[in-house]
Design a protein around this ligand. Structure first.
Ligand code: MG
Length: 415
């Protein structure tokens, strides 16, 4: 058996842990720049609010229902996620983290009373972190996902469900194909057009037809529904093949200096991720674009620079990024977004040293020291001067909650 642990309304739950006064109150969390609603609790869902709704459209409804509105506080969510995963690991050491609020739980051994173990884990997570979770177990990852959904829908109080083989037919018959993990709307449309409307139908479909008409991925889903594990365990996520750091600005940017600040700060973020996974990049690519909606003149462009030899040294990456920006920047446009993409990623083990250039030991030492400083003081502990100090273009976060768990200044006080 394998399990799936999923935190319920995760972002909203994180906000509520430190605001017990919000119990029963609708809570929504906004995307970067406070643009759209990305998460909500059950009370907000009951108001008819859906994920992806632009904030301005829901604003009056939220105000009249006295809802609490939060900007995304990823420092808080990541730290709460780490706590949840740590508690799950106390019972199940092989936790395979799948996303910020989900983890697969492989069980290499038979557990006699899985349901009570799941119940204990759930209540321990809630006791230690305040985050409500659901646990579902099945014979494969896809079945575990379905079991988890079933737990949420059918046993909302208990929040746990073990999908035994003899119950699979009953459960799979009630799951629409579009709700199966890995089956998107496009695939679902094809399946439904061929009379395959439930997970049970897909399980019993012809392997040949599924592979020919859809893809190997869907065939794997079919095998998983039959109880044959076909989706690999990825205890350690594979290193990224490319690293993207990009964001929309809080207002239109027209000055080249401000674009340079933005590009330098995205380069910084991308370089930190590169360093954290111990890789180098051979290419730096920069893109800038005007708004797609403004009804103004549109312009978008990208340019790449080669890093030779491949590097993880921030000043090299920043210089390359600013050089590429210089190539594509045109005056007279109102820019809405910029991004930096690092590719040609090489992990340290497989890295090929250059025949013609001697690596500069000072650069490696600086990169290592910078990594240590960031570890200790956070990402803002060390900044590149190019990234600027004012950053009036940086994202809008008007409803940000305190960083309760990661900043001493924000620690909650008990009276
Ligand atoms: Mg969730």
């Amino acid at each position: 058996m394998i399990g799936l642990m999923d935190c319920n309304s995760f972002y909203a739950s994180c906000e509520q842990v430190f605001r017990p006064d919000l119990s029963g109150v609708p809570v929504v969390v906004l995307s970067n720049n406070d643009g759209c609603i990305v998460a909500m609790n059950a009370a907000a869902k009951a108001l008819g609010i859906r994920r992806g709704t632009p904030f301005f459209q829901a604003r009056s409804l939220l105000a009249s229902s006295h809802a609490a509105v939060f900007s995304s506080n990823y420092a808080l969510y990541q730290s709460m996620s780490n706590r949840v995963m740590d508690v799950v690991r106390e019972t199940f050491p092989m936790v395979e983290i799948y996303s910020i609020d989900e983890a697969f739980i492989p069980l290499p051994y038979a557990v006699s009373d899985l349901l009570s173990l799941a119940r204990c884990t759930k209540s321990r997570v809630e006791q230690c972190t305040g985050i409500p979770v659901s646990l579902g177990f099945g014979r494969t990852k896809t079945l575990a996902k379905i079991a988890n959904r079933w737990a949420k829908k059918r046993f909302p109080r208990e929040g746990c469900f073990v999908l035994q083989e003899d119950r699979e037919e009953v459960v799979l018959r009630s799951v629409p194909v579009a709700d199966i993990w890995g089956v998107g709307t496009r695939k679902a449309r094809v399946l439904i057009a061929h009379g395959i409307t439930t997970a049970w139908d897909l399980r019993n479909a012809s392997e040949y037809w599924v592979k020919k008409r859809l893809s190997l991925v869907t065939l794997k889903t079919l095998w998983e529904l039959r109880g044959k594990p076909s989706i690999a365990d990825e205890l350690v996520p594979p290193p990224r093949k490319g690293i993207l750091s990009s964001q929309s600005f809080s207002r239109a940017v027209t000055e080249s200096r401000e674009l340079e600040e933005a590009v330098a700060s995205y380069a910084e973020r991308a370089a930190a991720k590169l360093h954290a996974q111990g890789s180098t990049a051979a290419w730096v690519s920069v893109f800038i674009t005007t708004s797609r909606f403004a009804g103004e003149q549109r312009y978008g462009a990208g340019a790449s620079r080669r890093l030779d030899p491949p590097a993880d040294y921030l000043p090299d990456i920043t210089n390359a990024a600013l050089g590429a920006l210089g190539e594509i920047w045109r005056p007279g446009f109102r820019y809405a977004k910029a991004g930096v993409f690092l590719f040609g990623i090489d992990t340290s083990e497989s890295r090929q040293p250059s025949l013609f250039t001697v690596p500069d030991p000072r650069k490696a030492a600086i990169t290592r020291a910078a990594g240590l400083i960031r570890e200790k003081y956070g990402h803002r502990g060390l900044r590149c001067l190019h990234a600027g100090g004012h950053r009036t273009w940086s994202m809008r976060q008007e409803h940000l909650s305190p960083r309760y768990t990661t900043s001493w200044a924000d620690i909650p006080q008990a009276r």
